[in-house]
Design a protein around this ligand. Structure first.
Ligand code: GAP
Length: 457
């Protein structure tokens, strides 16, 4: 029998085993900022690499990009972020908590009322009619609804007088839009084609929280598919499927995913879908796929005064391409993988095994090299570590009983433990233990690298 971990257990496991630490902890932290530790950074890199492979490499017409975080402020005028990147909020007059009104309504109605379908006035009325209480102090005394802009602003310039306001990007995709023609021309690329990039984004969220689910600094993996309008809807459907492939390919069962098509679309959008994962805190958004028409490039054409058109070399048709946006949160993907991986298993001897069932290609550490007796087998074990660590993340552990060392590797999800013993010195064989089945196999040392490489692909 095995049980799933709750969010508190996941947070504490992540801290104890070096996945994630509270940001600036020795200064009592900074709310909702997290630092990736030695195992967290390996895990996140593996997820990002897998995404890059799926989106940027496995398509003949795809290219990568790494645009700057700081962009000309006009970008944010064109994208609508300066005027419209807001969340509706109220302040509790009693305890001064700042709250998102849509979340208040969702929580109060237990998901029955849909604030997405309400006007601001309707949301305000809902609070009054249902006497919604503040979740912090329990009182019902709110300010009128206000829009709160989520953009992080900063100043550039040497002196205060001639400094100008610039913004930390709230999403990475604008870098892909403004470079659409640069990529198309430099890569001599015909439509349709895609641009992918991974990078940091920043939002002054009103209600961050739930560990790394909603933070003010996070990482996005975004992929824009540029195409003719007539091909856009088919591409949108294709990318919904691709999204499923991506998560299932990382070990998330399909039953833990839900596709939610938007009822209400912004005026320019043709279709939109959010993918939800069954987190221990409930079904929550992992990523979104949107058919955005040619709105984004048209806006940039208007605000920059530079044509964003493509001329079809066969038909000579000139047009502003449509965009299918694929927007993934790297940290949410990490959180989903952590939630899916950590299990408490009841063993026949009554003991509980803490184990992370990462898919081998996502696991932060692929192999652990364990000398059975330190004094006798350490030298050979160091050689084996050296040989494996050129190809993948390997750890060396010589402290404690072999059973305890196996358990430590189970708790961080290492798929293979390699024991170096007397047979290694005399017969050139090693014992390889599988994390999931806990079965042991003896193989020739010369085959070890190949064996693990095949299993982690
Ligand atoms: N370019 C479109 C866009 O940014 P979004 O739904 O606002 O769309 C896309 O964000 C994804 O980025 C989300 O599905 C989520 O995975 C991630 N994300 C957004 N805000 C986040 C936050 N505050 N903390 C962590 N991840 C976030």
């Amino acid at each position: 029998m095995e049980t799933r971990a709750n969010m508190q257990q996941i947070v504490s496991h992540c801290k104890n085993y070096g996945f994630l630490f509270p940001g600036s902890e020795i200064y009592d932290g900074i709310a909702n900022v997290w630092d990736y530790g030695p195992l967290g950074v390996e895990l996140k890199n593996n997820i990002k690499q897998f995404w890059w492979k799926k989106f940027v490499w496995e398509n003949e017409n795809s290219h990568g990009l790494d645009a700057a975080i700081l962009m000309n402020p006009k970008v944010w005028e064109a994208s609508g972020h300066l005027s419209g990147f807001t969340d509706p909020m109220v302040d509790c007059k009693e305890c001064k908590a700042r709250l998102r009104i849509d979340e208040l309504i969702e929580q109060h109605s237990k998901g029955k009322a849909n604030p997405d379908l309400m006007t601001k006035e309707e949301m305000q009325n809902y609070l009054i009619e249902h006497k919604v209480a503040c979740p912090i102090c329990g009182k019902h005394n709110f300010t009128p609804i206000r829009d709160f802009n989520l953009l992080f602003a900063t100043k550039r310039g040497v002196t205060e007088d001639n400094s100008s306001t610039i913004y930390l990007r709230p999403e990475t995709c604008q870098g892909e839009y403004v470079n659409f023609l640069n990529v198309q021309r430099s890569m001599r690329q015909k439509l349709p084609f895609g641009i992918g990039q991974i990078g940091k984004a920043f939002r002054n969220e009103i209600t961050p929280g739930n560990f790394i689910f909603r933070t003010i600094e996070f990482e996005q993996m975004e992929y824009q598919w540029f195409c003719h309008e007539k091909d856009a809807q088919k591409a949108y459907e294709y990318f919904k499927e691709r999204s499923k492939d991506f998560f299932v390919g990382m070990g998330i069962p399909e039953s833990q995913l839900k596709f939610h098509d938007h009822d209400k679309l912004v005026f320019y959008a043709k279709a939109a879908c959010d993918v939800y994962y069954n987190f221990p805190i409930g079904w929550k958004e992992l990523n979104g796929i949107h058919n955005r028409s040619n709105y984004d490039l048209t806006q940039h054409q208007k605000f920059s005064g530079k044509k964003q058109e493509y001329i079809d070399p066969t038909t000579n048709e000139k047009f502003v391409p449509n965009v299918i946006e694929n927007s993934y949160g790297a940290d949410r993907a990490v959180l989903a993988i952590l939630c899916e991986a950590l299990r408490y298993e009841q063993l026949p001897d009554g003991e509980t095994r803490e184990v992370m069932h990462f898919a081998p290609h996502i696991a932060p550490v692929k192999a652990a090299v364990l000398p059975l007796i330190k004094k006798v087998h350490a030298e050979k074990a160091h050689q084996v570590f050296k040989m494996l660590s050129c190809s993948f993340k390997t750890v060396y552990d010589e402290t404690g009983t072999i059973g305890k060392r196996y358990r430590r590797q189970d708790a961080i999800g290492t798929p293979f433990c390699i024991t170096i013993d007397e047979n290694t010195l005399t017969n050139n064989t090693v014992t390889i233990r599988d994390r999931d089945s806990m079965k042991q196999e003896i193989i020739n040392l010369d085959e070890l690298l190949d064996y693990i490489t095949k299993r982690v692909k």
